[in-house]
Design a protein around this ligand. Structure first.
Ligand code: AHR
Length: 326
């Protein structure tokens, strides 16, 4: 249902066009090829809408959009296709950090500047793109885990055993690497914390639901679910409901979630999620601004981090949710 609403919003955006002020008519459009990871999550749908909304004709862009359906080989094909079409810029939301060297050398040989958005690529390829904008995924994890540490301390539960079910995003994605590193560091700091299992949820609700449902048949002694995105949290909640295990503040299991999309914040306000680490998907205007800088002959900063926070029930209200953009 949520996905249907997001798709309808995206379709409406495609029909109604641009977000932004627009440019004088007659100006040559800047041709941008954008290789998107997929449509795996509410976050991704909001990100796609933001990109399409900003890189539109009224704003001076012609956008060639490709949805790679969560497969790197599709992204490689899309980039080669953009090179053949001789676009002015390639924007890449890389599914994983490795595997880009050849294709980005091809883009460089064709003289097409590459901009990364959302996740990053391996540091060894840093000369193969101009600039990146996205989140500090490890900082997101550190922030939400600091909140957990303080909460357990305040409740006098800091030394109780904490068995963690870790639902991981796509293997090798910057978001997975950063959020996982934050958890592993926190577990190393706390002798009473342990990871009961790591489940490869691939950022999707369906996969997470299946994995958690099956896992709970073998082991119900879990105090925390650390879920690397909201959609995987939704899947886990469905599995917990079926298993008759309560969750959220005061429940059997605490849930920490990432993205903070509106539906997750609503669940947090309703006392179903303990905390949501924000991951801001509204990169379209940021990418458009980076391209404009480059058009003016300026070189943008290499790494552009977006500021984000953690939300818990006490931070939220119906009015806040109403005003939320995603
Ligand atoms: O890279 C950002 C992550 O990718 C978001 O947390 C997740 O929802 C998405 O699919």
């Amino acid at each position: 249902m949520k996905k249907t609403i997001a798709l309808l919003l995206l379709a409406a955006l495609l029909l109604t066009g641009c977000a932004g002020k627009g440019t004088p008519t007659g100006e040559k459009l800047i041709r941008v090829g954008f290789s998107q990871v997929g449509a795996e999550s509410d976050w991704r749908m909001a990100n796609t809408a933001s990109m399409i909304g900003a890189l539109c004709e009224e704003n001076g862009f012609e956008l060639l959009f490709d949805n790679a359906k969560q497969r790197q080989e599709n992204q490689l094909l899309a980039i080669r296709n953009f090179i053949q079409q001789d676009v002015d810029y390639i924007v890449l939301a890389p599914i994983a950090e490795s595997g880009w060297e050849d294709v980005l050398h091809e883009a460089a040989a064709a003289g097409i500047p590459v901009i990364l958005v959302d996740r990053q690529i391996a540091a060894a390829y840093k000369d193969l793109y101009v600039t990146w904008v996205g989140s500090d995924f490890q900082a997101e994890g550190e922030q939400i885990l600091r909140w957990l540490e303080e909460k357990l301390e305040q409740e006098g539960r800091a030394s109780e055993p904490l068995r963690i079910l870790h639902i991981q995003g796509t293997d090798g994605a910057t978001a997975q690497i950063g959020r996982t590193a934050a958890l592993n560091n926190a577990v190393a700091r706390h002798p009473n914390w342990s990871v009961a299992a790591v489940l490869p949820g691939e950022y999707t609700e369906a996969k997470s639901y299946e994995l958690v449902r099956d896992y709970l048949k073998e082991d119900r002694d879990i105090q925390l679910i650390y879920s690397e995105n909201d959609n995987m949290s939704f899947g886990a909640m469905r599995a917990l409901d079926e298993a008759g295990i309560s969750y959220g503040p005061g429940g059997d299991v605490m849930i920490l979630s990432f993205d903070a999309v509106r539906e997750a914040l609503r669940l947090c306000l309703d006392g179903k999620l303990d905390a949501c680490a924000e991951c801001n998907p509204l990169h379209g205007p940021r990418v458009a601004a980076l391209i404009r800088q480059m058009e003016e002959g300026r070189t943008p900063g290499k790494l552009n981090y977006v500021l984000e926070s953690v939300f818990t029930q006490s931070d939220l209200s119906p009015a806040f949710l109403e005003a939320r953009e995603y």
